[in-house]
Write a protein of this length. Structure first.
Ligand code: SF4
Length: 291
């Protein structure tokens, strides 16, 4: 059984609760074990790296150090923003001097023993894909999806340590194919949705969301599949503002990729948190015979 340290971050227990619900349900169905990091703290993605460099490294380094108390070799962070902060720590703390400085702030030193694994890769690696294929009970045939990776999971390649094409990633597309869905070729897979500008530059953020929603719709997508709670929330909740400003009507459901895996495995949509989505996903559920 694959076993990973699991870092939920703030989002998976708040705005992205359905990502957490579906992640745990799907992991259980696939025999993957997620062990929550004990006494984890915020990774600091939202502000620490803009205010204090050492703090921005110490926050995620503390989490990785605590993950070392678990019987695992790898840790996952389903939130792309968190993932990138942990990736930054792994990259920057190769520098011995910096590692000493950061460790002087921690009760338990970071040693690098537990490595960060991309959350997408947990499901998109060949062995898990095969396991999913064997367990599909409700094919998503007929569902056209635009896989949206956002800008943090796959870029910059030397930092995130994710073996995929940073401009045209395939991990989520491969998962969708195994589920029976049709991943569309579309050009905005890794365009930034501006989630971090949501408060300070709402105008810019609204435009970025509109661009992504428009291209997905023009490409024929039934839904945009997300892999990050910040992107998902941005594209899902901001649609009313976008539609008002641009005089359009997208009504585009934004499910998490783990919710779609769960649907295909035959799990109850309630367990997967479909009701928590802002734009009603009923059209998606109907299309695959789950509503
Ligand atoms: S990404 Fe943001 S919300 Fe998620 S744990 Fe890190 S700081 Fe908190």
């Amino acid at each position: 059984m694959a076993k990973y340290a699991f870092y939920p971050g703030c989002s998976l227990e708040t705005g992205g609760i359905e990502y957490g619900m579906s992640s745990h349900a799907v992991a259980e169905a696939l025999g993957i074990e997620f062990l929550e990091v004990p006494d984890w703290n915020c990774c600091g993605a939202s502000s620490a790296h803009m205010t204090d460099h050492l703090l921005s490294l110490a926050l995620p380094a503390r989490v990785l150090a605590l993950a070392e108390t678990l019987p695992v070799n790898e840790m996952v962070a389903p939130c792309a923003a968190c993932h990138q902060r942990f990736a930054a720590v792994e990259y920057e703390l190769q520098n011995e001097d910096l590692r000493r400085k950061v460790n002087s702030l921690l009760e338990r030193p970071y040693t690098g023993k537990v490595r960060l694994r991309s959350y997408l890769d947990v499901f998109a690696n060949p062995a898990t894909l095969e396991e999913i294929r064997k367990k599909v009970k409700r094919s998503l045939k007929g569902l056209k999806v635009a896989c949206y990776y956002g800008c943090l999971f796959v870029k910059p390649p030397k930092l995130v340590n994710f073996v995929d094409d940073p401009e045209n990633p395939q991990a989520m597309d491969n998962i969708m194919r195994v589920l029976g869905a049709e991943p569309l070729p579309w050009p905005y897979k890794t365009e930034c949705c501006g989630a971090s500008l949501g408060m300070t530059r709402e105008d810019a953020c609204t435009k970025l969301c509109n661009d992504i929603l428009k291209i997905a719709k023009d490409s024929g997508a039934d839904c945009i599949v997300a892999a990050c709670p910040l992107c998902q929330q941005n594209l899902d909740m901001r649609q009313i503002t976008v539609e008002k400003k641009y005089g359009t009507q997208y009504r585009m459901p934004i499910p998490f990729f783990t919710q779609l895996i769960g649907l295909a495995l035959g799990l109850d949509p309630k367990v997967l948190g479909f009701k928590k989505l802002f734009v009603d996903p009923v059209m998606v559920l109907r299309k695959v015979g789950a509503a």
